[in-house]
Design a protein around this ligand. Structure first.
Ligand SMILES: [Zn+2]
Length: 343
């Protein structure tokens, strides 16, 4: 089957962290409207989410933490200074994690070519035993563990282009080589992790690849980083699946971020990931993380979906100059050059 799937469900607009919270239900509603605005919706296969089981979630999280989140069902609760629940949040969280599992299964089994889990709440800040930064369960880490434990894969790549560093995802696999975590992020910034020299430990040394960036990076810088750092690392690592923590808070105009990526830029990044996935039969699964310019993130999601569908991403990205990313690229090449052959 040669199709692109999306995971959508009304429940993803039912997790409500409260008035004025940037991670709002309006995000999911805007994405849904954008899918229906032209015939994009009709070109996509829709996959219904399932609830991730406690056992699946507890491959990443402690049973005590799982119970703490489950106990919020039907209530409002504060799990972290930034992370509140509403009555439906636990249901949304188990369907967000499980929706990504269902999509990962469909892609690994070849039922669909690739896809995008349009889920809330996001996940990449959630740590083993605590909520953090708008995240309840670490969806992408749960999916990586599932791919290894239940789907028989040996190596999984998590590529995280969200504005923020995915501390929870990196820490989940810090001492392991079977999941490689690669991230671009604004730095120094929330949550404070993701320095160049954070490379993993023990058998995981070299399997965390951090590209911390100053404000102002746009399409040219991001595509250069993907080309010069991520593409050679992925080619050498040879993952059997690429999971993308797709955050849209690097969109030019995001209220929380200082980056300048355009919707066209997101299409280019998606196409670059698809090229990297030549080593794994094109298995690419995106999952929604942040993105707080409601209309901008919806337009950017649509651009990613068009790229996943194989629709031409427009003219090639500008190759001229990596601008302010030059010194960071050099530093990353120096540190990661111990582990990977980088140009
Ligand atoms: Zn973010």
């Amino acid at each position: 089957m040669n199709r692109t799937a999306v995971v959508t469900d009304p429940v993803f607009a039912m997790h409500d962290p409260g008035p004025y919270h940037p991670e709002s239900p309006a995000r999911a509603r805007a994405i849904q409207c954008r899918l229906e605005a032209d015939d994009l919706r009709t070109r996509l296969a829709r996959l219904a989410p399932r609830a991730a089981s406690q056992a699946e979630i507890c491959r990443v999280h402690t049973p005590g933490y799982y119970r703490r989140v489950a106990a919020t069902a039907g209530h409002t609760a504060s799990l972290d200074p930034d992370t509140q629940t509403s009555v439906d949040s636990f249901r949304a969280a188990e369907l967000a994690a499980g929706g990504l599992l269902a999509l990962t299964e469909a892609v690994v089994r070849g039922e669909v070519r690739n896809g995008f889990a349009l889920v809330r709440p996001p996940g990449h800040h959630a740590e083993r035993d605590r909520a953090m930064g708008f995240c309840l369960f670490n969806n992408v880490a749960v999916a990586a563990e599932h791919a290894l434990a239940a789907l028989g894969l040996a190596r999984v790549l998590i590529l995280d282009w969200d504005l923020h560093h995915g501390n929870g995802s990196m820490h989940s696999f810090w001492e392991r080589a079977d999941v490689l975590y690669a991230s671009t992020h604004q730095y120094p910034y929330y949550p404070g992790t993701g320095a160049v020299d954070e490379v993993g430990a023990g058998p995981g040394r070299g399997f965390s690849v951090n590209v911390p960036l100053p404000c102002g990076m746009g399409d040219a810088e991001y595509t250069a980083i993907f080309r010069e750092i991520f593409a050679p690392v992925v080619a050498a690592y040879r993952p059997e699946l690429i999971l993308v923590s797709a955050g849209f808070d690097i969109f030019d105009g995001d209220p929380l971020g200082g980056m300048r990526v355009s919707p066209q830029g997101f299409a280019w990044l998606t196409s670059q990931v698809m090229e990297m996935a030549a080593v794994c039969q094109g298995r690419v699964v995106l999952t929604l993380e942040g993105g707080y310019h409601v209309e901008g993130q919806a337009e950017s999601v649509a651009a990613c979906l068009q790229a996943l569908l194989g629709e031409p991403p427009g003219p090639p990205p500008p190759r001229a100059g990596v601008g302010q990313a030059g010194p960071i690229l050099a530093a990353v090449k120096r540190v990661q050059g111990q582990f990977w052959k980088l140009g």
